[in-house]
Design a protein around this ligand. Structure first.
Ligand code: GAR
Length: 232
């Protein structure tokens, strides 16, 4: 008789938020698919009024709120508390989804290769706050979003997936942010699925940095260029 191999257990994911949680929402949605390799097992916010907390409650996902004011001038203490909650909930992977708080180098080391962030720019351009406004101010014609593994440096770390969108002549911060956000919502569930299914390999790049390759996937095929404005 042939022995059936049991499917790999789903990775238990904590999503860390500070605000409305639209990226959390698409991750929750993706994880409803029985074939998705991850389950959202915990949502942590650093703001008591983060809108995403309601989404978690509606989805029946446990939540925790860790307020900075409970750890005055103590980043290490905050991150130790964060770590304790993650361990308590047996979390395998962490997704930062609009979590507007810097993490200590020690915490990022604990989660090296197991923590993703999404940022609304084509990194390494426009790190930090208001990335979409920075893109408009720079006059770039193409903007986008990045999902990357988190390292000690802010908005840095091996890039897993990027999506580019055009910047239109009449864009303002709101319209550009909405276009980028729609791309974020396509990218994050995909990138998490790859990480949860052990598809993400971090390799050294020629320049002495690092690049992500995906197992079992040909990422060498050339795609057409995106022109903005269009040239046809
Ligand atoms: C998203 O646009 C995300 O890329 C950004 O915050 C927003 C959160 O929206 N994150 C950063 O700027 C991190 N540097 P959401 O709460 O609706 O997911």
């Amino acid at each position: 008789m042939q022995q059936q191999s049991s499917p790999s257990p789903k990775k238990r994911v904590a999503v860390l938020i500070s605000g409305r949680g639209s990226n959390l929402s698409v991750l929750l949605q993706a994880a409803r698919d029985p074939n998705y390799p991850a389950e959202i097992a915990l949502v942590i916010a650093n703001k008591a009024d983060a809108g995403g907390l309601d989404l978690a409650v509606q989805a029946g996902v446990p939540t925790a709120v860790l307020l900075a004011q409970d750890f005055p001038k103590d980043r290490a203490g905050y991150d130790a508390a964060l770590q304790a909650v993650l361990v308590e909930h047996r979390i395998d992977l962490v997704c930062l989804a609009g979590f507007m708080r810097l993490l200590t180098a020690e915490f990022t080391r604990l989660w090296a290769g197991r923590m993703l962030n999404i940022h609304p720019s084509l990194l390494p351009a426009f790190k930090g706050l208001a990335a979409q406004a920075q893109a408009l101010a720079a006059g770039v014609k193409i903007a986008g979003c990045t999902v990357h593994l988190v390292t000690a440096d802010m908005d840095a770390g091996p890039i897993v997936l990027q999506a580019a969108v055009p910047v239109l002549a009449d864009d303002d911060e709101a319209s550009l942010s909405a276009r980028i956000l729609a791309a974020e919502h396509q990218c994050y569930p995909k990138a998490l699925a790859w990480l949860a299914a052990d598809q993400v390999m971090v390799c050294e790049s020629d320049g002495g940095g690092y690049q992500v390759r995906l197992r079992q996937r040909d990422t060498t095929r050339e795609q057409g260029a995106l022109f903005s404005p269009t040239i046809a």
